[in-house]
Design a protein around this ligand. Structure first.
Ligand SMILES: [Ca+2]
Length: 377
């Protein structure tokens, strides 16, 4: 026996020698198959993950839903809030109030088309974006045109706006000018005058904006001001003939539902709702359509001219507002409609927070309780 030959063991057989080149080739083939299998698995899993992600991804942008949500007045609408706006499904409603002022009558059934509406009043932060983008200067920040104020001394023609202040003595509620003061330097940036600012009020509604300012903002935002009919339809939130934007009385369950005035207007504000002037938007519950502050906080501009007799003769289908304006309290002065009431409205004066209540003002007038919100059709 060749001593160099390894012993095969007790069997007495010998294992045949394997050529190292064959062994290497076999190993390479095995590793090739194994590695290829892993690579194919990774590729397959990658395709699967991508496919699942595509299924889960929304097919439309959140700002452009492919189908509006089901909603109709009288039904409990699930608020569909998109990009700060709420979809309002069109329909019929009873506009006006038999218990309200003469210009809220006659009560008539009105139809409006579907539209989108800002969930909140336009805030200081939102208006700041507009001004930064456009350089727009509001009417209250401009020097008044002497031609529009004949007889006013030039030194009195300074930029400013009207600010509420509690009057001295025992005011006559019919003399509303006793609690309004034209304050030089008051404007949306300085709500109470030059010494005030917007610090901590970014989410409060912008004020001291007149109708002309609101129109410019709406154009920039690609929106519009609501018609008066759209505004009231939205404010009612699907409720029929309710006196308020909610069900029940002014304070259901003892809860204040809007930022208004409590106490003896215009002298004593008890601030039972927690806010003496404007409140941050969304401080109070939304109405049935998911809209906030449709009652109280600040008055909101509508597109319509004001005409007290319009309800008797207007079309019942999407009334666009009258072609002319008339205010018996100030004949010859064209005015635009405001809605919703403000933090100055109380149950003994104005009650403008009722969804049927109407207010009017000249389009170049901004006040410390006047703001707006927009719609998109
Ligand atoms: Ca209040």
């Amino acid at each position: 026996m060749d001593s160099s030959t390894p012993d095969s063991g007790s069997s007495g057989h010998r294992t045949p020698e394997i050529d190292p080149r064959v062994r290497r080739r076999t190993l390479l083939i095995f590793l090739g198959f194994f590695g290829g299998g892993i690579l194919l698995s990774i590729i397959w899993m990658s395709f699967e993950v991508r496919r699942v992600k595509n299924i889960e991804r929304p097919r439309t942008s959140p700002a452009q839903p492919s189908a509006p949500p089901a909603a109709s007045p009288g039904n409990s609408q699930v608020p569909f809030n998109t990009n700060g706006m709420v979809f309002i499904q069109g329909g019929m409603f009873l506009r006006g109030s038999d218990k309200g002022a003469p210009d809220e009558q006659p009560v008539r059934e009105i139809r409006v088309n579907s539209f989108w509406m800002d969930a909140t009043e336009v805030t200081n932060d939102q208006f700041t974006e507009f001004v930064k983008a456009t350089g727009y200067i509001t009417v209250a920040e401009r020097k008044p045109d002497a031609a529009q104020f004949p007889g006013v001394p030039p030194e009195k023609l300074v930029p400013g706006s009207a600010v509420f202040r509690s009057p001295e003595g025992d005011p006559d509620l019919s003399e509303f000018l006793t609690w309004w003061e034209y304050r030089p330097g008051a404007n949306w940036r300085h709500p109470e005058g030059p010494s005030s600012n917007l610090s901590g009020r970014g989410n409060h509604p912008v004020v001291h904006v007149c109708w002309l300012d609101a129109i410019r903002y709406a154009e920039w935002a690609g929106k519009s001001l609501p018609t008066e009919a759209e505004w009231e339809y939205a404010a009612r939130g699907g409720l029929k003939s309710s006196d308020y934007c909610w069900e029940g009385n002014l304070t259901p369950g003892g809860r204040w539902m809007a930022n208004i005035w409590q106490g003896s207007f215009p002298k004593v504000n008890d601030i039972q709702d927690g806010f003496q002037t404007s409140a941050p938007v969304k401080s109070f519950p939304p109405n049935g359509y998911g809209l906030y502050d449709m009652a109280g906080n600040v008055w909101e501009w509508c597109a319509d001219l004001y005409l007290p007799t319009y309800y008797a003769s207007c079309p019942s289908d999407n009334p666009p507002g009258p072609d002319t304006s008339f205010d018996p309290n100030e004949p010859g002065v064209a005015k635009r409609v405001q809605r919703g009431g403000s933090y100055l409205c109380s149950d003994v004066y104005c009650t403008g927070y009722r969804p049927s209540a109407r207010m009017k003002s000249t389009p170049d007038t901004g006040l410390s309780h006047s703001g707006f919100r927009c719609v998109k059709r």
